[in-house]
Design a binder for this molecule. Structure first.
Ligand code: ASP
Length: 315
């Protein structure tokens, strides 16, 4: 039995203690703990890394605090369009969906794509048709309604601005005050198998079918037993441009860097060079975890069979 570990995130950005109420801080901390324990429980019972990351994500998607599943942000048209991906590092099997609507748990649908289709990436109406065929749970629009997300959207819906989760300034201004509420998980199970998963509502007021890094294999999500499992959160366009998750894997595979060293280069050098704000979580096949971000904070947690345990919000 090798060391087993799970790490999760609930988004990165301008997460500052002074902006937080005690109640909200507790709510985020509790939500992270519940999701972490759900995933860790799977690993403890000799479950697979894939099932562990999925179990953690379902809980985060069901929590309105995070920009994924139930708490997904509003698009320009006033609906929710969600993206998700999952990858199995043992087989390099992967499943992704983009722009899906009314799917309660987009990560379930991505897993169906991985396990029960001949494809890797489905989008829009076709992905929704596949959800119906596979019996993936759907919810009416009201399920995805929350007043605070609606208010965020209302503030910018008549403009061409789009914003990252809780923000509603022009793009230049939102560089100062942004939070990314995407959720993700990475795990290494008792057999040393790795998996990664990410789920998001993307950006408030997004249009033209905009898709970020989260469902793109190699950008926001990647897993390979030879190297690592990675889930990203942040300004998706920049993570796509640096092919962030796969770059960590490449630095480990081709340069022999450790997980921490590789993640530090991508987050603190490559992303910073193009003003890409955010972070990522990672595990390697020895059960080591790293949680790295270049923003003020990142909702994050990890637990390992060697006693490692962390739940944190700020830097
Ligand atoms: N990376 C996500 C996107 O650009 C946003 C986030 O991390 O919250 O769609």
């Amino acid at each position: 039995m090798s060391k087993f570990t799970i790490a999760i995130h609930g988004g990165a950005g301008t997460i500052l203690k002074e902006d937080m109420t005690a109640d909200l801080e507790m709510a985020y901390t509790e939500a992270l703990k519940v999701a972490l324990e759900a995933g860790y429980g799977v690993l403890e019972e000799e479950g697979s890394a894939v099932n562990a990351v999925k179990a953690a994500l379902v809980i985060l998607e069901d929590n309105v605090l995070f920009n994924a599943g139930r708490g997904a942000v509003f698009t320009k048209k006033g609906v929710q369009e969600m993206d998700a991906a999952i990858m199995d590092g043992k087989t390099l099997d992967a499943g992704s969906v983009a722009g899906v609507r009314n799917v309660r748990n987009p990560i379930e649908l991505a897993t169906e794509v991985m396990r029960n289709s001949n494809h890797v990436f489905l989008s829009g109406k076709g992905a929704n048709d596949f959800a119906i065929k596979q019996g993936v749970k759907l919810e009416p629009d009201e399920y995805f309604f929350s007043q605070f997300r609606y208010d965020q959207w209302k503030a910018i819906r008549d403009s061409d601005n789009y914003s990252l989760d809780h923000t509603h300034q022009r793009l230049e201004e939102l560089m100062k005050d942004k939070k990314f509420g995407t959720v993700g998980a990475v795990a290494c199970d008792q057999k040393g198998n790795i998996a990664a998963a990410t789920s998001t509502g993307g950006m408030t007021n997004k249009k033209y079918g905009r898709i970020g890094d989260s469902p793109l294999i190699g950008c926001g999500t990647y897993a390979n037993n030879k190297t690592c499992g990675i889930s990203c959160t942040g300004h998706g366009e920049m993570f796509i441009r640096v092919v962030a998750a796969y770059d960590v894997s490449c630095l480990m595979e081709y340069k022999g860097l450790s997980l921490q060293e590789a993640m530090d280069i991508v987050v603190h050098e490559k992303l910073v060079t193009i003003k890409g704000e955010g972070g990522m979580i990672g595990v390697d096949a020895n059960g080591n975890a790293a949680l790295v971000f270049n923003s003020a904070g990142m909702y994050r947690a990890m637990k390992s069979s060697d006693g490692g345990n962390l739940v944190a919000l700020y830097k």
